[in-house]
Design a protein around this ligand. Structure first.
Ligand code: CMP
Length: 147
């Protein structure tokens, strides 16, 4: 099924000059980018996005990590994009990530795991609305010039 999903390149991805390499993984796979922007996360956005972890001991570390600099938000539309992208991204803990996945190749540890990807189509819809104005910042286009 065609799905839209959200990816965040976290502040360490931006600061280590990995934006292009990581987006390249998705483009090489053929996935269609339908939205892209750099932004700072404010407290409201962090609390909405990571509120389910607010009572965890590592929550303050998430807040300082995710506010250490801008992130790049990416919206993708493709067949089964949620599962496809989570496979390319690898497990939350880079130590457990499949060799060749983005987290296995680039991420330092679970506190600095370089990238976020929505974990279900339902979450993806909520997260796309959280990070994008979906009526003006997501694009519906056909690849008429691709061949
Ligand atoms: P992410 O996919 O963005 O979703 C939740 C984030 O919490 C996760 O990536 C990690 O960056 C962060 N995190 C830090 N410590 C842990 C932990 N022990 N278990 C799960 N997530 C953690």
């Amino acid at each position: 099924m065609i799905q839209k999903t959200l990816i965040l390149l976290k502040p360490d991805a931006v600061q280590k000059n990995l934006i292009g390499q990581i987006i390249g993984r998705f483009e090489t796979k053929g996935l269609k980018v339908i939205g892209l922007k750099m932004m700072n996360l404010d407290d409201k956005l962090i609390n909405e996005h990571y509120g389910f972890l607010a009572d965890k001991p590592f929550f303050p570390k998430i807040v300082s990590y995710m506010t250490a600099g801008p992130v790049v938000a990416l919206a993708i539309e493709w067949e089964d994009s949620v599962a496809t992208i989570r496979q390319l991204v690898g497990a939350t803990n880079p130590i457990e990530a499949t060799p060749g996945s983005i987290r296995a190749d680039y991420a330092k540890n679970i506190d600095n795991n370089i990238i976020h990807a929505s974990d279900s189509p339902e979450t993806a819809e909520i997260e796309l609305n959280r990070f994008f104005n979906v009526s003006t910042e997501l694009f519906d286009y056909t690849r008429t010039l691709a061949n």
